[in-house]
Design a protein around this ligand. Sequence first.
Ligand code: ATP
Length: 335
Amino acid sequence: MLSPIFEVKNLVHSYGAQIALKVDHLTVEKGEIIALVGPNGAGKSTLLKILGLVEKPTSGEIFFKGKPARPFSQVSRKISLLPQQPFLLKRNVFDNVAYGLKIRKIRDKQILREKVYKALELVGLSPEEFARRPWYALSGGETQRVALACRLALEPEVLLLDEPTASVDVYSAQLIKRAVLKAHNLWNTTVLIASHDYAWLDEVPHKTWHIFKGHIFTDEINFIWGPWQIVDGKAIKQFRDGQKLVFNAPYKNIDNPVAIIESAKINITFSPKKVGLKMIIKQVNSEINFRELKIVVSLEDISLNFKIDEDLVKKYELWPGNPVYIELPGQVDWI
Ligand SMILES: Nc1ncnc2c1ncn2[C@@H]1O[C@H](COP(=O)(O)OP(=O)(O)OP(=O)(O)O)[C@@H](O)[C@H]1O
């Protein structure tokens, strides 16, 4: 069996006294597209920098295709990271895209031209129009696409994208999405994308990982933020509409505890007695497979997602805007 493209063991990364990332064990398979989602400061960029081998973890091991991968080593050339705020070199677009290729000893002018033009076309920039443009004569969206072209020209085995659509318009965001999927199709590139743009991510990843307080959750999960009132071993969240959520309280003291619920433990109650938490359906997406749909329900500041059989969606008319009654487990994890 092939080794995973990445394996991470006992990784801890701290900035001073603060632990930004703690991963006991994690694998990424070749050709996977994984979305990393989580609030600001969760540790997404830190994970991408460590996997990109441009930051040395405080402790722990990273394996690339089964071999130890050291930061800044030769193997890092197979991995390309597009940081949150990419910068271009003070030269024209062609020279920016050609730069990484030249470092990799590609000097033949014809090959360079072919590779640069192909990368520009991938990101939807006409080479005739853009190749000779200086770095300062580009819009924000064009700059981001040139920065992506610089990475795609290298035909990376792994592409790590940190908020690739954070400061671009819908048009550029769609072109970036198309380019990433094309790269994946052309070279079976493994892609990890940190993003807050859920609409953009829709239908891109094979998997979604949640990152929170430096921990990575690889199952489909949901977070419920407080404030929680702790009474007699119970944690209670009160909604403005008078409804309440009650879970077993965390067994140890946690600052601002957040409840974690696996999607697999969330159910809709179809009983006419209307028991459970009354929530509103926000989205029904057909992304899983043809028998199951992904449904998103919300109430005030909470939003939950889980899978549901397509037949039930039709039978009970589970369309956006309709109310549903949700049953949650009494026992949840806390972080
Ligand atoms: N160079 C640094 N020095 C000190 N602390 C840092 C540094 N880089 C990140 N941190 C801290 O580490 C934690 C994780 O940061 P990181 O940038 O990985 O989060 P993130 O999930 O990418 O956030 P965002 O969505 O805001 O980009 C944060 O608390 C951040 O303040």
